[in-house]
Ligand binder design. Sequence first.
Ligand code: ATP
Ligand code: MG
Ligand code: MG
Ligand code: MG
Length: 439
Amino acid sequence: MRLSRYFLPILKETPREAEIVSHRLMLRAGMIRQQGQGSFSWLPLGKRVLDKVCRIVREEQDRAGALEILMPTIQSAELWRESGRYDDYGKEMLRIKDRQDRDMLFGPTNEEMVTEIFRSYVKSYKDLPLNLYHIQWKYRDEVRPRFGVMRSREFLMKDAYSFDLDYASARAAYNRMFVSYLRTFTRLGLQAIPMRADTGPIGGDLSHEFIILADTGESQVFCQRDFLSLPVPGEDTDFSDDAEIGRIVKEWTTPYAATDEMHDEAAWERIPEAERLSARGIEVGHIFHFGEKYSKPMGAKVAGPDGKDHFVSMGSYGIGPSRLIAAIIEASHDENGIIWPESVAPFDVALINMKAGDADCDSACDGLYAALTAAGRDVLYDDTDQRPGGKFATADLVGLPWQVIVGPRGAASGEAEIKNRATGERSTVPLAEVAARLS
Ligand code: ATP
Ligand code: MG
Ligand code: MG
Ligand code: MG
């Protein structure tokens, strides 16, 4: 992509309304545009990151056996009356009327709707286990939308819903999502800690929140340092092996970890001081087992091997891709801008032509652009006529993992400078070797 043809509205000034660094950097780097309270458009650079995050989330859901669907954002109040949540949900639900004066709502979550789908088709235990997920916009009329996409009113959520015959298999489904989440957050370059959590308006009796430690986090959390060195399950994890998946969950739930709502001060005091980590955290994912909470009032049942009908045992599993992007930036930036983990970087390489219009620089950069693209790297080529200082600042701000810099001297000697955004390390490399070095 040539920057001269791209839409990257960089802000020179620090936006005053932004209280935390991720919000400031997302606005400054031209990733998002605020459209109203807690509502944002995703501009080209931001959209690329959002897509990359969703792709990783999707791959790890699929790997764990979940099936992707897509449900509407606008729901009928009828379903929510069936579950009893229409009145309970309160002001966070955006309620709408259609032209026939029917009560509608913009979905804050989808337990009811997915249960309606399930009960319409699935009648036998032989069709279980089943886990359906979608990645769809949600709306919650938050009391205090703030921090940009970290707490917005309209936000993207991946929500999965599992259906099983009994508690044991529902627990196995919960475990698969638990392990899938560990893999997802690691691939996003984050260290997320699963913590025992309160179940809130979703209800149920077993729940973990996945928390990123960060000073700007809104939750107070307590955990043992052991988490920081636990092995994350690899790509070869066998999700059909309940015992192995259960072992991993056990390993990741043995050290102490709790959010303040679930905190047990007495248990905490028993942990040696040096092992305790009391910090602020950002909730990026949340999983629940709630059994028959929706299947019973909504009549979602299957025939079991005993020939009798059983209400299915359910769980739900949420991840917020839009909040995650802010969390990634909170965890990975410096005074000059964002430092993207390779897996979600909007482009891999910033190619900087220090003297656009100079025949040698242009031809060296054109060659590099072609070679890097052929090697499968996504390149953002700064071919604009800005001064070098401005180009370097932009490249640091948008935080692509690699910068390849070509000036008149390098073009003449057939060399480019490569800079690693994260470490700041620089090396001079013959033009012909740049693509190989970066692939
Ligand atoms: P919070 O405690 O931050 O209000 P929640 O517990 O209400 O979040 P869940 O219902 O557990 O959220 O939703 C699952 C995930 O959706 C959260 O873990 C988070 O990643 C994301 N999410 C929830 N609310 C928002 C929001 N207002 N803006 C952005 N992402 C959100
Ligand atoms: Mg909330
Ligand atoms: Mg919460
Ligand atoms: Mg939650």
